[in-house]
Write a protein that binds this ligand. Sequence first.
Ligand code: FDA
Length: 307
Amino acid sequence: MLGPVLLAAARSDSIRRLVSAAPITRPVVDRYIAGESLDQCLESVRTLADRGIEVTIDFLGEDITQRSEALRNRDAYLALTEALAAEGLGERAEMSVKLSAFGQALPGGHELALANVVPVVEAAAEAGTTVTLDMEDHTTVDSTLAILSELRRSHPETGAVVQSYLFRTEDDCYALAGEGSRVRLVKGAYNEPVEVAHQDKREVDLAFVRCLKILMAGKGYPMIGSHDPRMVAITEELARRHGRKPGEYEFQMLYGIREAEQDRLVAEGHRMRAYIPYGTDWYGYFMRRLAERPANLAFFLRSLVSR
Ligand code: FDA
């Protein structure tokens, strides 16, 4: 019940101002965000590297309203790419990009987002790393997949995300399961209408398994973005069935969530990647994390009253 309310709040400017300004929010936010600066982000990358965990880095800046913000976000990713190259982290660290941060929702947004992401993908390739396009709400999926296929013509290593809660996603999985295709499968984190998405968690989970089967049987590189122990176990079983060794698929989890499980998977020889968000514009990302788990909201509210 609370999930949809929190997801609606994630897109409200007035609630954003209220929550972002409250100093008491900070300790809870810190659980999910690897700091506001590039230096803090790189520190987290090194700490995770010491634990054998690779990363995909998200510079927070979704849902912008000005073209100038799209350029600022593009430049932040270019600076990030330079830093990864300078630190020799290109092999351990890739980048996750939300196209809304590159202007996708502005007038002429499809072309604008494409124009802004191309230099980042090119710089990433020069730095020995790659970009994965995050998936946002269902209205953006066609545009994001069209931009993916444009980018993959010159940079086939560019990755995409598919969300099992969308009815269309099994078809998208078939289309994306080919040789060289890097695909992150997730359940989906936005507030979607009944016309396009499963609303029942069990249906979302069943759809996740169907998509997982398609990707694991295919020729691409599946990236399993889930903290759900059942999805992890089913992935391991499917890997055995299809003769996929660790490194021919990988697990991905969000920074700060189920860290012991991340360590366990590394210890068992799996390839594990953490999704690291950093920057000052953490509100939307933070609210989606609260919506995923009521206990997080309770923790957040307790920290408000215990001060
Ligand atoms: P589920 O929600 O069933 O949770 C399983 C268990 O994981 C819970 O019981 C709990 O123990 C733990 N858990 C899950 N969420 C938690 C949280 N917030 N805090 C604490 N514990 C939690 N979505 C999207 O729409 N577009 C995208 O591009 C991405 N990208 C992405 C990258 C990566 C690496 C991951 C792991 C996830 C995403 N997501 C995403 C988010 C995804 O859609 C989904 O909302 C979350 O992963 C939660 O779903 P689970 O599969 O973890 O299962």
